[in-house]
Design a protein. Structure first.
Ligand SMILES: [Zn+2]
Length: 71
């Protein structure tokens, strides 16, 4: 009795390379959005840390300098 079976297909893994520039773009965009949020938006009901005003007070001068509405 022969033990003949169909050959198993050889699959090569697909290697996806992400360009380095794309990683820099994503990282810079994420950092920019975080800075934009904390300088321009984080206040009152939209504050990440609730009623804690330390971040707001820390970036308060930058907020006024950049023209974001504050008080
Ligand atoms: Zn202010």
């Amino acid at each position: 009795m022969s033990n003949i079976s169909a050959p198993t297909p050889v699959t090569t893994p697909v290697v996806v390379s992400i360009p380095k520039a794309a990683l820099w773009l994503v990282g810079a965009s994420l950092l920019g959005l975080i800075l934009y949020y904390f300088i321009g938006i984080d206040q009152g009901a939209t504050s990440v840390f609730g009623s804690d005003m330390h971040i707001h007070e820390f970036v308060h001068d930058a907020r006024h300098f950049l023209g974001f509405p504050c008080h």
